[in-house]
Design a protein around this ligand. Sequence first.
Ligand code: HEM
Length: 140
Amino acid sequence: MNTHALPPRIPLTRRQIETVVKHFYARVRVDKTLGPLFIGILSNDPEIWRVHEAKIANFWANAILHERSYDGNPMLVHSGISAIEPSMFTNWLALFDQTLSDELPSDLALQWSTLAHRIGRGLRFGVESARETSGPPILR
Ligand code: HEM
């Protein structure tokens, strides 16, 4: 235990993070909009999903518990998936909020939701910018 570690941003355990991630993607897989997109990219292979969920749990443990367990680039990854439409972030966040309120006490759910919405806004903006046709601005 590193006594100099930063305190968690939200008082959650790793176990709670893993549980939320697992239940969230179980919902994602059967979601009308998000399910086909995720399965199209990750397939239905349980081993691929296990690796994906472990990566996402590391992402959240990094953001919330300051664990140095994730060093990817979500902005680049999402901007690169042309099937993602900006409006899908609304679905993603609604499903995430439902999972949080089912799995956690309401104060923790609210804190994690606030963080997810903040990150989600940033990613959505990144995806929107990447979708804009590049070229010189039209000044008339
Ligand atoms: C429109 C909403 C979203 C869709 C459709 C979506 C879809 C995906 C898919 C398909 C992948 C897997 C990419 C691959 O392995 O090839 C992925 C990775 C990931 N997503 Fe999302 N996502 C969405 C929103 C979000 C949000 C809001 C967050 C965070 C709050 C997030 C965090 C991540 C992270 C950390 C990864 C791993 C990136 C890496 O490979 O390092 N996603 N997402």
